[in-house]
Design a protein around this ligand. Structure first.
Ligand SMILES: *[C@@H]1O[C@H](CO)[C@@H](O)[C@H](O)[C@H]1NC(C)=O
Ligand SMILES: *[C@@H]1O[C@H](CO)[C@@H](O)[C@H](O)[C@H]1NC(C)=O
Ligand SMILES: *[C@@H]1O[C@H](CO)[C@@H](O)[C@H](O)[C@H]1NC(C)=O
Ligand SMILES: *[C@@H]1O[C@H](CO)[C@@H](O)[C@H](O)[C@H]1NC(C)=O
Ligand SMILES: *[C@@H]1O[C@H](CO)[C@@H](O)[C@H](O)[C@H]1NC(C)=O
Length: 501
Protein backbone atom coordinates (compact mmCIF):
# COMPACT_ATOMS: atom_id res chain seq x y z
CA UNK A 1 0.00 0.00 0.00
CA UNK A 2 1.13 3.41 -0.77
CA UNK A 3 1.33 6.01 1.95
CA UNK A 4 -0.48 9.20 1.23
CA UNK A 5 1.75 12.06 0.34
CA UNK A 6 0.75 15.34 1.85
CA UNK A 7 2.55 18.13 0.16
CA UNK A 8 2.90 21.53 1.67
CA UNK A 9 3.65 23.28 -1.60
CA UNK A 10 7.13 23.53 -0.30
CA UNK A 11 9.77 23.45 -2.95
CA UNK A 12 13.44 23.93 -2.49
CA UNK A 13 15.64 24.21 -5.48
CA UNK A 14 19.21 24.49 -4.53
CA UNK A 15 22.82 24.10 -5.38
CA UNK A 16 24.28 22.38 -2.42
CA UNK A 17 27.87 22.22 -1.54
CA UNK A 18 29.91 20.13 -1.43
CA UNK A 19 28.12 17.98 -4.02
CA UNK A 20 27.23 21.05 -6.05
CA UNK A 21 24.14 19.23 -7.20
CA UNK A 22 20.93 20.79 -8.34
CA UNK A 23 18.06 19.59 -6.21
CA UNK A 24 14.40 20.11 -6.05
CA UNK A 25 12.94 19.11 -2.75
CA UNK A 26 9.37 18.75 -1.80
CA UNK A 27 8.69 18.59 1.87
CA UNK A 28 6.40 15.87 3.04
CA UNK A 29 5.47 14.27 6.32
CA UNK A 30 7.56 11.46 7.74
CA UNK A 31 7.51 8.34 5.65
CA UNK A 32 4.92 5.81 6.54
CA UNK A 33 5.96 2.22 6.89
CA UNK A 34 4.02 -0.09 4.68
CA UNK A 35 2.71 -2.10 7.58
CA UNK A 36 2.67 0.40 10.41
CA UNK A 37 0.10 3.00 11.28
CA UNK A 38 -0.36 6.01 9.10
CA UNK A 39 1.73 9.00 10.06
CA UNK A 40 0.11 12.05 11.56
CA UNK A 41 -1.27 14.12 8.76
CA UNK A 42 0.23 17.41 7.93
CA UNK A 43 -2.32 20.14 8.36
CA UNK A 44 -2.78 20.97 4.72
CA UNK A 45 -5.48 23.52 5.33
CA UNK A 46 -3.25 26.49 5.83
CA UNK A 47 -0.24 25.91 3.70
CA UNK A 48 -0.96 28.41 0.96
CA UNK A 49 -1.27 32.15 1.25
CA UNK A 50 -3.74 34.09 -0.85
CA UNK A 51 -2.41 37.31 -2.36
CA UNK A 52 -5.31 39.42 -3.63
CA UNK A 53 -7.02 36.44 -5.25
CA UNK A 54 -4.32 36.52 -7.91
CA UNK A 55 -1.45 34.57 -6.49
CA UNK A 56 -1.35 31.72 -4.02
CA UNK A 57 1.97 31.43 -2.30
CA UNK A 58 3.69 29.28 0.27
CA UNK A 59 6.41 30.16 2.70
CA UNK A 60 9.90 28.92 2.36
CA UNK A 61 13.48 29.92 2.44
CA UNK A 62 13.08 31.90 -0.65
CA UNK A 63 15.07 32.65 -3.68
CA UNK A 64 12.67 32.09 -6.52
CA UNK A 65 8.90 31.87 -6.57
CA UNK A 66 7.27 29.44 -8.92
CA UNK A 67 3.61 29.37 -9.82
CA UNK A 68 1.66 26.12 -9.74
CA UNK A 69 -0.35 25.57 -12.88
CA UNK A 70 -2.81 22.80 -13.75
CA UNK A 71 -2.85 24.18 -17.29
CA UNK A 72 0.69 23.17 -18.19
CA UNK A 73 3.17 20.42 -17.42
CA UNK A 74 6.76 21.58 -17.28
CA UNK A 75 8.90 23.03 -14.54
CA UNK A 76 10.88 26.09 -15.44
CA UNK A 77 12.93 28.49 -13.37
CA UNK A 78 14.38 31.87 -14.17
CA UNK A 79 16.14 33.04 -11.03
CA UNK A 80 17.20 36.70 -11.30
CA UNK A 81 20.88 35.85 -10.86
CA UNK A 82 20.61 32.73 -12.97
CA UNK A 83 21.68 29.28 -11.85
CA UNK A 84 25.40 29.45 -11.22
CA UNK A 85 25.79 25.75 -11.99
CA UNK A 86 23.41 23.28 -13.40
CA UNK A 87 23.68 20.09 -15.36
CA UNK A 88 22.86 21.07 -18.87
CA UNK A 89 21.49 18.34 -21.12
CA UNK A 90 22.31 20.58 -24.10
CA UNK A 91 18.72 20.20 -25.21
CA UNK A 92 16.77 23.38 -25.49
CA UNK A 93 13.06 24.06 -25.51
CA UNK A 94 10.64 26.89 -25.91
CA UNK A 95 7.43 26.69 -23.89
CA UNK A 96 4.50 28.77 -25.07
CA UNK A 97 1.52 29.93 -23.07
CA UNK A 98 -1.70 31.83 -23.62
CA UNK A 99 -2.10 32.94 -27.19
CA UNK A 100 1.44 31.78 -27.95
CA UNK A 101 3.07 35.18 -27.70
CA UNK A 102 3.95 34.44 -24.09
CA UNK A 103 6.92 32.10 -23.90
CA UNK A 104 10.03 31.04 -22.05
CA UNK A 105 13.05 29.49 -23.70
CA UNK A 106 16.23 27.95 -22.37
CA UNK A 107 18.24 24.80 -21.81
CA UNK A 108 16.90 21.66 -20.21
CA UNK A 109 18.75 20.79 -17.05
CA UNK A 110 18.54 17.72 -14.86
CA UNK A 111 18.56 18.03 -11.11
CA UNK A 112 18.25 15.88 -8.07
CA UNK A 113 14.82 15.74 -6.64
CA UNK A 114 14.03 14.76 -3.12
CA UNK A 115 10.96 14.45 -1.00
CA UNK A 116 12.27 14.11 2.49
CA UNK A 117 12.95 10.40 3.06
CA UNK A 118 10.58 9.53 0.36
CA UNK A 119 12.94 9.23 -2.56
CA UNK A 120 13.79 6.96 -5.43
CA UNK A 121 16.79 6.69 -7.67
CA UNK A 122 16.96 8.28 -11.04
CA UNK A 123 15.49 5.81 -13.51
CA UNK A 124 17.08 6.90 -16.75
CA UNK A 125 20.11 5.23 -18.19
CA UNK A 126 21.15 7.34 -21.12
CA UNK A 127 21.81 10.42 -19.14
CA UNK A 128 23.27 9.24 -15.93
CA UNK A 129 26.46 11.01 -16.92
CA UNK A 130 24.57 14.23 -16.56
CA UNK A 131 23.95 13.88 -12.91
CA UNK A 132 25.94 13.71 -9.80
CA UNK A 133 26.28 10.40 -8.01
CA UNK A 134 24.25 11.01 -4.92
CA UNK A 135 24.92 9.80 -1.42
CA UNK A 136 21.19 9.43 -0.83
CA UNK A 137 18.85 7.86 -3.29
CA UNK A 138 17.33 10.73 -5.14
CA UNK A 139 14.90 11.34 -7.89
CA UNK A 140 16.16 13.41 -10.75
CA UNK A 141 13.88 15.70 -12.62
CA UNK A 142 14.24 17.67 -15.78
CA UNK A 143 13.50 21.36 -15.80
CA UNK A 144 13.98 24.30 -18.09
CA UNK A 145 16.61 26.81 -17.07
CA UNK A 146 15.20 29.86 -18.77
CA UNK A 147 17.48 32.34 -20.46
CA UNK A 148 14.88 34.32 -22.35
CA UNK A 149 11.25 35.11 -21.63
CA UNK A 150 8.54 37.11 -23.37
CA UNK A 151 7.80 40.55 -21.97
CA UNK A 152 4.44 39.13 -20.94
CA UNK A 153 6.39 37.54 -18.10
CA UNK A 154 7.50 40.90 -16.77
CA UNK A 155 4.44 41.36 -14.60
CA UNK A 156 5.18 38.10 -12.83
CA UNK A 157 8.86 38.90 -12.48
CA UNK A 158 7.82 42.24 -11.00
CA UNK A 159 5.78 40.25 -8.51
CA UNK A 160 8.82 38.17 -7.63
CA UNK A 161 7.62 35.07 -9.48
CA UNK A 162 10.50 33.45 -11.32
CA UNK A 163 9.26 30.06 -12.29
CA UNK A 164 6.37 27.74 -12.96
CA UNK A 165 5.57 24.21 -11.88
CA UNK A 166 3.12 22.50 -14.22
CA UNK A 167 0.55 20.11 -12.72
CA UNK A 168 -0.76 18.86 -16.05
CA UNK A 169 -0.23 15.81 -18.24
CA UNK A 170 2.78 14.17 -19.88
CA UNK A 171 0.77 13.42 -23.00
CA UNK A 172 2.79 14.08 -26.17
CA UNK A 173 2.38 17.72 -27.05
CA UNK A 174 1.66 18.72 -23.45
CA UNK A 175 5.22 18.89 -22.21
CA UNK A 176 7.87 20.75 -24.17
CA UNK A 177 10.58 19.32 -21.93
CA UNK A 178 9.42 15.70 -22.24
CA UNK A 179 8.93 16.08 -25.98
CA UNK A 180 12.45 17.45 -26.44
CA UNK A 181 13.94 14.65 -24.35
CA UNK A 182 12.04 11.96 -26.26
CA UNK A 183 12.92 13.49 -29.59
CA UNK A 184 16.59 13.30 -28.70
CA UNK A 185 16.67 10.03 -26.76
CA UNK A 186 13.70 8.06 -28.04
CA UNK A 187 10.22 7.30 -26.76
CA UNK A 188 11.52 5.14 -23.94
CA UNK A 189 13.36 8.01 -22.29
CA UNK A 190 11.22 8.94 -19.32
CA UNK A 191 13.48 11.33 -17.49
CA UNK A 192 11.85 14.35 -19.09
CA UNK A 193 8.49 13.62 -17.51
CA UNK A 194 6.77 16.02 -15.13
CA UNK A 195 7.47 16.44 -11.45
CA UNK A 196 4.04 15.00 -10.61
CA UNK A 197 4.58 11.95 -12.81
CA UNK A 198 7.88 11.40 -11.03
CA UNK A 199 6.20 11.66 -7.65
CA UNK A 200 3.46 9.23 -8.67
CA UNK A 201 6.00 6.81 -10.13
CA UNK A 202 7.56 6.47 -6.73
CA UNK A 203 4.55 4.47 -5.67
CA UNK A 204 3.26 2.32 -8.46
CA UNK A 205 -0.21 1.22 -7.47
CA UNK A 206 -0.78 4.26 -5.28
CA UNK A 207 -3.28 7.01 -5.81
CA UNK A 208 -2.37 9.53 -8.47
CA UNK A 209 -4.28 12.69 -7.68
CA UNK A 210 -3.83 16.16 -6.31
CA UNK A 211 -6.29 18.23 -4.28
CA UNK A 212 -6.49 21.99 -4.52
CA UNK A 213 -8.35 24.51 -2.35
CA UNK A 214 -8.09 28.18 -3.22
CA UNK A 215 -9.11 30.84 -0.77
CA UNK A 216 -10.84 34.15 -1.44
CA UNK A 217 -9.70 37.48 -0.05
CA UNK A 218 -12.37 39.60 1.55
CA UNK A 219 -14.62 36.62 2.05
CA UNK A 220 -16.70 36.45 5.18
CA UNK A 221 -17.69 32.88 4.67
CA UNK A 222 -15.89 30.37 6.75
CA UNK A 223 -13.70 28.85 4.11
CA UNK A 224 -10.36 27.36 4.98
CA UNK A 225 -7.18 28.73 3.53
CA UNK A 226 -5.67 27.48 0.33
CA UNK A 227 -3.97 24.11 0.13
CA UNK A 228 -2.40 21.66 -2.24
CA UNK A 229 -2.11 17.98 -1.38
CA UNK A 230 -0.78 15.02 -3.31
CA UNK A 231 -2.54 11.65 -3.08
CA UNK A 232 -4.48 12.89 -0.11
CA UNK A 233 -7.49 15.13 0.49
CA UNK A 234 -7.34 18.25 2.59
CA UNK A 235 -8.94 17.09 5.84
CA UNK A 236 -11.49 19.91 5.61
CA UNK A 237 -12.87 18.53 2.38
CA UNK A 238 -12.99 14.75 2.80
CA UNK A 239 -16.53 14.83 1.41
CA UNK A 240 -15.06 15.41 -2.03
CA UNK A 241 -14.72 11.60 -2.16
CA UNK A 242 -18.49 11.42 -2.69
CA UNK A 243 -18.56 14.02 -5.45
CA UNK A 244 -19.38 12.79 -8.96
CA UNK A 245 -16.43 11.83 -11.10
CA UNK A 246 -16.33 14.22 -14.02
CA UNK A 247 -14.27 12.52 -16.70
CA UNK A 248 -11.64 14.16 -18.82
CA UNK A 249 -13.21 15.05 -22.16
CA UNK A 250 -11.88 14.77 -24.80
CA UNK A 251 -10.06 11.72 -23.47
CA UNK A 252 -6.31 12.15 -23.92
CA UNK A 253 -6.68 15.86 -24.46
CA UNK A 254 -3.51 16.27 -22.44
CA UNK A 255 -5.31 18.86 -20.32
CA UNK A 256 -7.80 19.09 -17.49
CA UNK A 257 -10.72 19.50 -19.90
CA UNK A 258 -14.12 18.26 -18.68
CA UNK A 259 -17.77 18.41 -19.67
CA UNK A 260 -19.75 21.36 -18.34
CA UNK A 261 -23.47 20.56 -18.11
CA UNK A 262 -24.31 24.23 -18.35
CA UNK A 263 -24.01 27.73 -16.99
CA UNK A 264 -27.02 29.56 -15.60
CA UNK A 265 -27.63 33.13 -14.52
CA UNK A 266 -30.43 33.91 -12.07
CA UNK A 267 -31.96 30.50 -12.66
CA UNK A 268 -31.90 30.67 -16.46
CA UNK A 269 -29.55 28.42 -18.42
CA UNK A 270 -27.63 30.42 -20.97
CA UNK A 271 -27.49 29.24 -24.55
CA UNK A 272 -24.03 28.02 -25.44
CA UNK A 273 -23.56 25.96 -28.58
CA UNK A 274 -20.32 24.01 -28.22
CA UNK A 275 -17.51 24.21 -30.76
CA UNK A 276 -16.29 20.80 -29.61
CA UNK A 277 -17.55 17.67 -31.32
CA UNK A 278 -16.79 15.70 -28.15
CA UNK A 279 -19.28 17.80 -26.16
CA UNK A 280 -22.51 15.90 -25.44
CA UNK A 281 -25.63 17.58 -26.87
CA UNK A 282 -26.45 20.82 -25.02
CA UNK A 283 -23.20 20.70 -23.05
CA UNK A 284 -19.76 22.25 -23.29
CA UNK A 285 -16.14 21.44 -22.61
CA UNK A 286 -14.15 23.65 -20.27
CA UNK A 287 -10.53 23.62 -19.19
CA UNK A 288 -10.00 23.83 -15.42
CA UNK A 289 -6.83 25.88 -15.09
CA UNK A 290 -5.34 27.28 -11.91
CA UNK A 291 -3.00 29.22 -14.20
CA UNK A 292 -5.84 31.41 -15.45
CA UNK A 293 -6.86 34.11 -12.98
CA UNK A 294 -10.39 34.64 -14.21
CA UNK A 295 -13.04 32.85 -16.28
CA UNK A 296 -12.76 33.17 -20.04
CA UNK A 297 -15.84 32.39 -22.14
CA UNK A 298 -16.91 33.25 -25.69
CA UNK A 299 -18.26 36.73 -26.42
CA UNK A 300 -21.91 35.66 -26.64
CA UNK A 301 -21.86 33.94 -23.26
CA UNK A 302 -20.08 36.89 -21.65
CA UNK A 303 -22.89 39.07 -23.01
CA UNK A 304 -25.55 36.68 -21.71
CA UNK A 305 -24.13 36.65 -18.19
CA UNK A 306 -23.77 40.39 -17.67
CA UNK A 307 -26.80 41.59 -19.63
CA UNK A 308 -28.84 39.65 -17.05
CA UNK A 309 -27.57 41.95 -14.30
CA UNK A 310 -29.69 45.07 -13.72
CA UNK A 311 -27.67 48.25 -14.25
CA UNK A 312 -24.71 46.55 -15.94
CA UNK A 313 -23.33 48.39 -18.98
CA UNK A 314 -21.24 46.99 -21.81
CA UNK A 315 -18.28 49.11 -22.84
CA UNK A 316 -17.01 47.77 -26.17
CA UNK A 317 -13.39 48.38 -27.11
CA UNK A 318 -13.13 50.12 -23.79
CA UNK A 319 -10.56 52.40 -22.24
CA UNK A 320 -11.43 51.01 -18.86
CA UNK A 321 -8.51 48.81 -17.81
CA UNK A 322 -9.27 45.16 -17.15
CA UNK A 323 -7.41 43.83 -14.12
CA UNK A 324 -7.58 40.31 -15.53
CA UNK A 325 -7.05 38.84 -18.94
CA UNK A 326 -9.10 39.09 -22.05
CA UNK A 327 -8.46 38.76 -25.74
CA UNK A 328 -10.35 42.04 -26.30
CA UNK A 329 -10.78 45.43 -24.66
CA UNK A 330 -14.48 44.79 -24.14
CA UNK A 331 -15.50 45.44 -20.54
CA UNK A 332 -18.71 44.97 -18.62
CA UNK A 333 -19.21 47.58 -15.89
CA UNK A 334 -21.44 46.20 -13.16
CA UNK A 335 -22.90 47.90 -10.07
CA UNK A 336 -20.62 46.88 -7.22
CA UNK A 337 -23.54 45.70 -5.09
CA UNK A 338 -24.94 43.38 -7.77
CA UNK A 339 -25.50 39.82 -6.59
CA UNK A 340 -26.06 37.76 -9.73
CA UNK A 341 -26.64 34.07 -9.12
CA UNK A 342 -24.29 32.39 -11.57
CA UNK A 343 -24.14 28.61 -11.38
CA UNK A 344 -21.93 26.15 -13.25
CA UNK A 345 -23.04 22.51 -13.40
CA UNK A 346 -20.75 19.52 -13.62
CA UNK A 347 -21.63 15.85 -13.30
CA UNK A 348 -25.26 16.68 -12.57
CA UNK A 349 -24.39 18.93 -9.64
CA UNK A 350 -24.68 22.67 -9.27
CA UNK A 351 -21.69 24.76 -8.27
CA UNK A 352 -22.73 28.33 -7.45
CA UNK A 353 -20.16 31.01 -8.21
CA UNK A 354 -19.87 33.57 -5.45
CA UNK A 355 -20.95 37.02 -6.70
CA UNK A 356 -17.58 38.29 -5.43
CA UNK A 357 -16.05 36.15 -8.17
CA UNK A 358 -18.38 37.43 -10.90
CA UNK A 359 -17.00 40.97 -10.76
CA UNK A 360 -13.70 42.49 -9.70
CA UNK A 361 -13.47 45.76 -7.83
CA UNK A 362 -10.78 48.26 -8.76
CA UNK A 363 -9.94 51.96 -8.65
CA UNK A 364 -9.45 53.77 -11.96
CA UNK A 365 -8.37 57.30 -12.75
CA UNK A 366 -10.28 59.38 -15.27
CA UNK A 367 -8.47 59.92 -18.59
CA UNK A 368 -7.85 63.57 -17.68
CA UNK A 369 -6.20 62.43 -14.45
CA UNK A 370 -8.43 64.51 -12.18
CA UNK A 371 -10.74 61.97 -10.59
CA UNK A 372 -10.58 58.47 -9.21
CA UNK A 373 -13.53 56.13 -9.37
CA UNK A 374 -14.31 52.75 -7.89
CA UNK A 375 -15.53 50.39 -10.58
CA UNK A 376 -16.63 46.77 -10.67
CA UNK A 377 -15.88 45.00 -13.92
CA UNK A 378 -16.87 41.58 -15.16
CA UNK A 379 -14.56 38.69 -14.23
CA UNK A 380 -15.84 36.62 -17.16
CA UNK A 381 -13.78 37.89 -20.08
CA UNK A 382 -13.66 37.06 -23.76
CA UNK A 383 -11.72 33.87 -24.53
CA UNK A 384 -11.45 34.77 -28.21
CA UNK A 385 -9.84 32.03 -30.25
CA UNK A 386 -7.14 30.95 -27.82
CA UNK A 387 -8.81 27.68 -26.85
CA UNK A 388 -10.09 26.91 -30.33
CA UNK A 389 -10.30 23.18 -30.90
CA UNK A 390 -9.21 22.39 -27.33
CA UNK A 391 -12.20 23.50 -25.25
CA UNK A 392 -15.01 26.07 -25.12
CA UNK A 393 -13.71 28.04 -22.15
CA UNK A 394 -11.04 28.48 -19.52
CA UNK A 395 -12.34 28.14 -15.98
CA UNK A 396 -9.61 29.67 -13.84
CA UNK A 397 -9.36 30.80 -10.25
CA UNK A 398 -12.56 32.88 -10.25
CA UNK A 399 -14.38 29.56 -10.64
CA UNK A 400 -11.98 27.28 -8.78
CA UNK A 401 -12.28 29.35 -5.58
CA UNK A 402 -15.83 28.03 -5.37
CA UNK A 403 -14.89 24.37 -5.21
CA UNK A 404 -12.49 22.02 -3.56
CA UNK A 405 -11.06 20.26 -6.58
CA UNK A 406 -9.41 16.89 -6.97
CA UNK A 407 -7.53 16.21 -10.19
CA UNK A 408 -7.09 12.46 -10.62
CA UNK A 409 -4.78 11.27 -13.40
CA UNK A 410 -6.57 7.91 -13.50
CA UNK A 411 -3.35 5.93 -13.29
CA UNK A 412 -3.52 5.09 -9.60
CA UNK A 413 -4.04 1.68 -8.06
CA UNK A 414 -2.25 -0.05 -10.91
CA UNK A 415 -5.12 0.76 -13.26
CA UNK A 416 -5.37 2.95 -16.25
CA UNK A 417 -8.64 4.74 -16.49
CA UNK A 418 -9.81 8.04 -17.85
CA UNK A 419 -8.54 10.97 -15.79
CA UNK A 420 -11.28 12.75 -13.86
CA UNK A 421 -11.95 15.60 -11.50
CA UNK A 422 -14.15 15.69 -8.42
CA UNK A 423 -15.53 19.01 -7.30
CA UNK A 424 -16.97 19.82 -3.87
CA UNK A 425 -18.91 23.07 -3.67
CA UNK A 426 -17.66 25.44 -0.99
CA UNK A 427 -19.91 28.40 -1.81
CA UNK A 428 -23.26 28.71 -0.06
CA UNK A 429 -25.55 30.55 -2.47
CA UNK A 430 -28.00 31.34 0.32
CA UNK A 431 -25.35 33.35 2.16
CA UNK A 432 -23.18 34.73 -0.62
CA UNK A 433 -25.40 37.71 -1.64
CA UNK A 434 -25.36 39.10 1.91
CA UNK A 435 -21.66 38.30 2.08
CA UNK A 436 -21.02 40.37 -1.04
CA UNK A 437 -22.95 43.33 0.31
CA UNK A 438 -21.04 43.46 3.57
CA UNK A 439 -17.65 42.80 1.96
CA UNK A 440 -18.12 45.46 -0.70
CA UNK A 441 -19.56 47.98 1.76
CA UNK A 442 -16.56 47.55 4.01
CA UNK A 443 -14.11 47.83 1.12
CA UNK A 444 -15.73 50.89 -0.41
CA UNK A 445 -15.63 52.86 2.84
CA UNK A 446 -12.00 53.58 2.03
CA UNK A 447 -12.32 53.85 -1.73
CA UNK A 448 -13.28 56.63 -4.16
CA UNK A 449 -16.94 56.94 -5.13
CA UNK A 450 -18.68 54.56 -7.49
CA UNK A 451 -20.82 56.29 -10.10
CA UNK A 452 -23.55 55.02 -12.37
CA UNK A 453 -21.99 52.54 -14.83
CA UNK A 454 -23.44 54.38 -17.83
CA UNK A 455 -21.93 57.69 -16.71
CA UNK A 456 -18.60 56.01 -16.06
CA UNK A 457 -18.53 54.37 -19.48
CA UNK A 458 -19.16 57.79 -21.08
CA UNK A 459 -16.23 59.34 -19.21
CA UNK A 460 -13.92 56.64 -20.51
CA UNK A 461 -15.28 56.68 -24.05
CA UNK A 462 -12.32 58.34 -25.79
CA UNK A 463 -10.30 57.84 -28.90
CA UNK A 464 -6.96 57.04 -27.32
CA UNK A 465 -6.31 54.00 -25.15
CA UNK A 466 -4.32 55.20 -22.18
CA UNK A 467 -4.33 51.85 -20.43
CA UNK A 468 -3.21 48.32 -21.10
CA UNK A 469 -5.38 45.55 -19.79
CA UNK A 470 -5.51 43.01 -22.58
CA UNK A 471 -2.82 40.52 -23.49
CA UNK A 472 -0.76 41.04 -26.57
CA UNK A 473 -2.17 39.97 -29.90
CA UNK A 474 -1.40 36.49 -31.16
CA UNK A 475 1.68 36.05 -33.23
CA UNK A 476 0.79 34.25 -36.42
CA UNK A 477 4.25 32.75 -36.69
CA UNK A 478 4.16 30.61 -33.59
CA UNK A 479 2.87 27.13 -33.31
CA UNK A 480 2.21 25.55 -29.99
CA UNK A 481 0.56 22.60 -28.40
CA UNK A 482 -3.09 23.31 -27.59
CA UNK A 483 -2.68 22.16 -24.04
CA UNK A 484 0.20 24.51 -23.42
CA UNK A 485 -1.58 27.28 -25.17
CA UNK A 486 -4.27 27.47 -22.56
CA UNK A 487 -2.21 28.52 -19.61
CA UNK A 488 -1.51 32.14 -18.93
CA UNK A 489 1.62 32.41 -16.95
CA UNK A 490 0.75 35.96 -16.15
CA UNK A 491 -2.42 34.80 -14.43
CA UNK A 492 -0.87 32.06 -12.36
CA UNK A 493 -2.58 31.32 -9.16
CA UNK A 494 -0.70 28.96 -6.94
CA UNK A 495 2.81 29.61 -5.83
CA UNK A 496 5.51 27.70 -4.19
CA UNK A 497 8.91 29.05 -3.44
CA UNK A 498 12.04 27.70 -4.93
CA UNK A 499 15.28 28.57 -3.37
CA UNK A 500 18.80 28.59 -4.69
CA UNK A 501 21.58 28.49 -2.21
C1 LIG B 1 26.57 17.46 -12.84
O1 LIG B 1 26.95 16.15 -13.15
C2 LIG B 1 28.32 15.85 -12.84
C3 LIG B 1 28.63 14.48 -13.37
O2 LIG B 1 27.77 13.52 -12.84
C4 LIG B 1 28.51 15.99 -11.34
O3 LIG B 1 29.83 15.73 -11.01
C5 LIG B 1 28.12 17.38 -10.90
O4 LIG B 1 28.16 17.45 -9.52
C6 LIG B 1 26.74 17.74 -11.36
N1 LIG B 1 26.48 19.12 -11.08
C7 LIG B 1 25.31 19.58 -10.68
C8 LIG B 1 25.23 21.06 -10.46
O5 LIG B 1 24.34 18.86 -10.49
C1 LIG C 1 4.52 32.95 6.27
O1 LIG C 1 5.55 33.72 6.88
C2 LIG C 1 5.06 34.89 7.50
C3 LIG C 1 6.25 35.69 7.95
O2 LIG C 1 7.21 34.86 8.57
C4 LIG C 1 4.14 34.46 8.65
O3 LIG C 1 3.62 35.60 9.29
C5 LIG C 1 3.00 33.65 8.10
O4 LIG C 1 2.19 33.18 9.15
C6 LIG C 1 3.52 32.48 7.32
N1 LIG C 1 2.38 31.81 6.68
C7 LIG C 1 2.28 30.51 6.58
C8 LIG C 1 1.06 30.03 5.86
O5 LIG C 1 3.11 29.74 7.00
C1 LIG D 1 17.36 25.63 -29.83
O1 LIG D 1 18.48 26.44 -30.14
C2 LIG D 1 18.73 26.60 -31.53
C3 LIG D 1 20.02 27.37 -31.70
O2 LIG D 1 20.02 28.50 -30.90
C4 LIG D 1 17.53 27.31 -32.17
O3 LIG D 1 17.74 27.43 -33.55
C5 LIG D 1 16.26 26.50 -31.91
O4 LIG D 1 15.14 27.20 -32.40
C6 LIG D 1 16.07 26.25 -30.42
N1 LIG D 1 14.95 25.37 -30.22
C7 LIG D 1 13.99 25.66 -29.36
C8 LIG D 1 12.93 24.63 -29.25
O5 LIG D 1 13.97 26.68 -28.69
C1 LIG E 1 -6.02 58.36 -7.59
O1 LIG E 1 -5.47 57.20 -7.00
C2 LIG E 1 -4.07 57.14 -7.13
C3 LIG E 1 -3.62 55.81 -6.61
O2 LIG E 1 -4.15 55.56 -5.35
C4 LIG E 1 -3.44 58.31 -6.38
O3 LIG E 1 -2.04 58.27 -6.50
C5 LIG E 1 -3.96 59.61 -6.95
O4 LIG E 1 -3.49 60.69 -6.20
C6 LIG E 1 -5.47 59.61 -6.96
N1 LIG E 1 -5.93 60.78 -7.71
C7 LIG E 1 -6.90 61.56 -7.29
C8 LIG E 1 -7.29 62.66 -8.21
O5 LIG E 1 -7.45 61.38 -6.20
C1 LIG F 1 -18.75 56.06 -27.33
O1 LIG F 1 -18.41 56.95 -28.36
C2 LIG F 1 -18.86 56.54 -29.63
C3 LIG F 1 -18.32 57.54 -30.67
O2 LIG F 1 -18.48 58.85 -30.23
C4 LIG F 1 -20.39 56.48 -29.63
O3 LIG F 1 -20.86 56.04 -30.89
C5 LIG F 1 -20.83 55.52 -28.54
O4 LIG F 1 -22.24 55.52 -28.46
C6 LIG F 1 -20.26 55.92 -27.22
N1 LIG F 1 -20.59 54.87 -26.23
C7 LIG F 1 -21.09 55.16 -25.03
C8 LIG F 1 -21.41 53.96 -24.17
O5 LIG F 1 -21.31 56.27 -24.64
Amino acid sequence: MRGAVAFSALLLFFLSSPSDAVKLRIARPPKTSSTGPRPPKVDASNNLINKNNERYTANITIMVNVALDTGSTDLWVYPPEGLPHFNDTRLNATLRYGDGSDFVTGDIGVGEFQMAQYTIPFQGTLDLYLIAPAADPLLYIAFLNVDEAASAEDADFDDGIFGLLGLGFNTPGSSGVNDAVQEAYGKNADWGQSVLANIFDQNPGGADYIGIALSRTGDQEETADASLTIAEYDSNYQAVANAPKVLQNPVNSGAWTVTLDGLSVNGKKISWPSTMEEAPPGKNIVHLDTGTTNIMVPFDQQQAIYSAIPGAVFSPDSYIPIPKFSTTYDVWVVPCNATPNVVASFGGQDYPIHPLDVTDIEVITSPDGTTNYTVCVGAFTDVGTIVEGASDALFGDSFLRNVYSVFDFGTGGGNTQTPFVQLLSVTDSTKSPQDLVSVRLAAMKNMPPEIDPLDLVKIFNLTEKPFGGAPSTPSGAVSFAPSILTSFISTVSLLAFISVF
